[in-house]
Design a binder for this molecule. Structure first.
Ligand SMILES: [Zn+2]
Length: 160
């Protein structure tokens, strides 16, 4: 029986992007992130192909608005990295270092319950759907596997 519990649910105002970045002449664009940690209790295999009955899952999504108009929404970490590297934030509500760390955590751990790879395939750069792992026989992309969040990631998200 599936049950879910929310551990962390927060809206984080990251800051405002210079209007010129998106081709506007005025009004900075607000960036807000939705950050959630959820505890699921269901039967799911891990990337070690072991059965688990409890999963802690990270979900992050973002929205960029120009006034009321939504410019981008969803998995926008690439855009935020570009803004950061081009120094196009007009105002940040969190430190640059914290934002960088957050973007890394986002890219690495978002939906850690939907991994197409086993532990052996994780570090491979090029891999095709259907490829069989030489070590454990898992077929890449054949299931969604659970990759547990490291404790420091859980602590980081809770402290945001
Ligand atoms: Zn494997």
């Amino acid at each position: 029986m599936l049950s879910e519990k929310t551990i962390v649910s927060k809206k984080l105002v990251v800051g405002w992007i210079k209007p010129q970045f998106f081709g506007y002449t005025a009004t900075a664009c607000k960036v807000v992130l939705d950050i959630e940690l959820r505890e699921k209790s269901e039967s799911q295999e891990s990337i070690w192909l072991k059965q688990t009955d409890r999963q802690i899952v990270l979900m992050i999504s973002g929205i960029i608005k120009h006034g009321r108009e939504v410019i981008e929404a969803g998995q926008i970490s690439d855009t935020l990295r570009k803004v950061l590297s081009q120094n196009k934030f007009q105002k940040l509500k969190i430190s640059k270092d914290l934002l960088k760390k957050l973007l890394d955590v986002w890219d690495k751990w978002h939906r850690n319950d939907l991994r197409p790879y086993c532990i052996h395939q994780k570090s491979r750069k090029f891999i095709e759907i259907g490829e069989v792992c030489q070590e454990c026989g898992y077929v890449y992309g054949s299931k969604w596997l659970y990759e547990p969040l490291p404790d420091d990631v859980i602590r980081f998200v809770k402290a945001l």
